[in-house]
Each structure stands twice: as structure tokens, then as C-alpha cells.
Design a binder for this molecule. Structure first.
Ligand SMILES: Cc1cc2nc3c(=O)[nH]c(=O)nc-3n(C[C@H](O)[C@H](O)[C@H](O)COP(=O)(O)OP(=O)(O)OC[C@H]3O[C@@H](n4cnc5c(N)ncnc54)[C@H](O)[C@@H]3O)c2cc1C
Length: 303
């Protein structure tokens, strides 16, 4: 990897890049400054048979305590963080790089009178991570607004996929095989002031329902196929507030795991937070299956 040393570091702690602050070291951590750098890195990884993963804001990733082999790629540099607008009655388009924060995309869209995605305000993450996860709410998801997505394939080529070539499922998409570079969204023309008010309302509701202020938090489970909310099920089986080490089911919303370190945890220096989160997830799944016969599926991407 010597040839890439200007943008690839070895043995980087993933805990610095995940919202939970969890994860050991990855063999190589790449922050390319251009598409050219990214493509030559992908090509080289393919030749060396190195596994490749992308990371956005790390809001939905649980990385193992003892680290991982291969390469983690972050598109956090300016080359991947631009926004382009093309707005007319027939072309209400906005294009955002994979590294753009979802909140920035939404606020920029609203500012120029483009609506549709304002209900997603407050979901932490980047455009790349949100498309891969098809992030959304009960009523809405980011995939439904996609016009096209540019993707770097793992063989070092680039494809532009139109909406009809992409499958968006519930908190999943077919975009999880390559590296998303940028996406164009077709939004709806609206009144800036009205859209801004709607966005603020959604933001207030979200803040009252989710532990948005918690720096170390993750959404634990997807809603069930029947639509039953994971937090209601967890409350029903009395697991709110349950802790394993510092991994805790949030008191604010039971579908969130937060890291609450007491003095004892800090003294023990907890090298197993990731493992404890996994055990907590398993405990909830087992209890809910036993009491309600429902299988909860983790929302977190467990690496
Ligand atoms: C407090 C809180 C509230 C949340 N609320 C919601 C909610 O209401 N709805 C919801 O859907 N989710 C929610 N989430 C989960 C999370 O915000 C979303 O999954 C978000 O889309 C993750 O974006 P990210 O950039 O952090 O992606 P990451 O967590 O970094 O990555 C997620 C996945 O995307 C892949 N990925 C990242 N970037 C790229 C790329 N450029 N190309 C290809 N693959 C990529 C990763 O490999 C990984 O598989 C919440 C999380 C928290 C902590």
C-alpha cells in the first residue's frame, strides 16, 4: 500500500469513525482525495484480494472490538462532498456527493424550494450511507427520491445507475456492493418558507422521540414486517434501561442502544463494548421471540 501512502493509513482505530465509538483497528483506512485515487486503490485491492468496506458517518455500523482486516474507505474529502442544483419546473434536481451529510442535503434543498425529503431531517448520516441503508421513516425513504446514482465498482470502473436499475428495500438497497460516489435526486417544487416550517416540525418531533443528543447511540432494530415498532415490543418485555457493561437500552426510546459509562466501566477500560452491544441485541431478540414469537432484525450493520 506504499504507493497510496498520501491517503491510506494503516492500523487506524474504527472507534474514531463510528457513532457508537466502538471498533478496533482496521488494517488500512483510506480517505481518497479524488475519484482517480479511489479507482486506482480499488483496482489494487482487487489484485491483492483485500476486502473493501465503505464508511459514511458510521451512524449505523458496529465494528468488532478486535478490529478487521482489509480496507475501509471514507469519502469524507471535498471531492466527494459537493452539492449541485439544477432547478426548473421540469428539472427539480439536486445532486450530492456521497460524503455530504443528509442534514446538509435536506437544508440546501429546502432553501431552494425543493421538497420531499424534509421528513428525513435528523437522521444522522451521509448521502452514501443513507442510500446504502435506504434510510427513512415509517412513511418515507431516501430511495424513493433517487433519479440516478454514480457508483465506483470494485473492479475500478464507474457506472451510472438509473432508479430502475436499483432495488430499494426496507432499510436496504442493491447499492451495497460498490462505492457510491454521488446521487441525483428528483424532488418536488415547493414554497421555501412552507418547506422550512415542515422541516422544523419534523426535526422537533424527531428530537422528542429519539436520543438525538446522545453522542454515542445507535438504532438497534428494524420495524417488524407486521409494522409493530421495535421500541413498543422492547417496552412490553420490560427491557428498557437494561445494561450489559456500558451498552444500555435507552430510557428515551427503547429501540436505541446508548453507551453510558459509569466509573466502574471507565476503570475497567471496557475493551468489549462491541461484544456487549452484540450480547444486548441477542438478549432482546431472544426475549421478544420467547414472549411474542416475533423475530427482530438488527438495524445496525454488524461488521
Ligand atoms: C440517533 C440515531 C437515529 C437514527 N434514526 C434513523 C431513522 O430514523 N431512520 C433510519 O433509517 N435510520 C436511522 N438511523 C440509522 C442511520 O442514521 C442510518 O442508517 C444512516 O443512513 C447511516 O448513514 P451513515 O453515513 O452513518 O452510514 P454508515 O453507518 O457509515 O454506513 C451504513 C452502511 O452504508 C455503507 N456505506 C457508507 N457509505 C457508503 C458509500 N459511499 N458507498 C457504499 N456504501 C456505503 C456502509 O458500508 C454500511 O454498510 C439512526 C441512527 C442514530 C444513531
Amino acid at each position: 500500500m506504499d504507493e497510496f501512502r498520501s491517503f491510506v493509513r494503516s492500523n487506524v482505530r474504527l472507534s474514531d469513525y463510528t457513532r457508537l465509538g466502538v471498533g478496533g483497528t482496521v488494517e488500512y483506512f483510506a480517505e481518497p482525495e479524488s475519484e482517480l485515487q479511489l479507482l486506482s486503490l480499488l483496482e489494487s485491492c482487487r489484485r491483492k484480494n483485500l476486502s473493501i468496506r465503505a464508511i459514511g458517518a458510521g451512524a449505523n455500523i458496529l465494528a468488532p472490538d478486535n478490529g478487521i482486516a482489509g480496507v475501509v474507505i471514507s469519502l469524507n474529502k471535498p471531492a466527494f462532498s459537493g452539492i449541485k442544483k439544477r432547478v426548473s419546473k421540469s428539472e427539480p434536481f439536486i445532486t450530492a456527493g456521497a460524503g455530504v451529510k443528509l442534514v446538509q442535503l435536506i437544508t440546501e434543498a429546502v432553501t431552494i424550494g425543493l421538497g420531499g425529503i424534509e421528513g428525513l431531517i435528523g437522521i444522522p448520516g451521509t448521502v452514501g450511507g443513507s442510500l446504502c441503508d435506504n434510510a427513512g421513516t415509517r412513511n418515507d425513504n431516501i430511495g424513493q427520491w433517487v433519479e440516478s446514482v454514480r457508483v465506483a465498482n470494485l473492479d475500478g470502473t464507474i457506472s451510472v445507475l438509473s432508479k430502475s436499475e436499483i432495488t430499494f428495500g426496507y432499510r436496504s438497497s442493491s447499492l451495497d456492493t460498490g462505492i457510491i460516489l454521488e446521487a441525483t435526486f428528483r424532488l418536488e417544487l415547493g414554497d421555501e418558507l412552507e418547506l422550512s416550517k415542515r422541516m422544523q416540525k419534523f426535526w422537533i418531533v424527531r428530537k422528542s422521540q429519539q436520543p438525538c443528543g446522545e453522542s454515542r447511540a445507535a438504532m438497534a432494530f428494524n420495524s417488524t414486517k407486521t409494522g409493530a415498532s421495535a421500541s413498543d415490543l422492547i417496552d412490553q418485555v420490560n427491557l428498557k434501561g437494561t445494561r450489559i457493561g456500558s451498552a444500555t437500552i435507552s430510557e428515551n426510546n427503547s429501540n436505541f442502544i446508548v453507551i453510558e459509562q459509569n466509573d466502574n466501566d471507565k476503570k475497567n477500560n471496557e475493551h468489549s463494548i462491541g461484544e456487549n452491544i452484540k450480547r444486548l441485541i441477542q438478549l432482546v431478540q431472544d426475549r421478544i421471540l420467547e414472549k411474542t414469537d416475533i423475530e427482530l432484525e438488527p438495524a445496525l450493520r454488524i461488521w
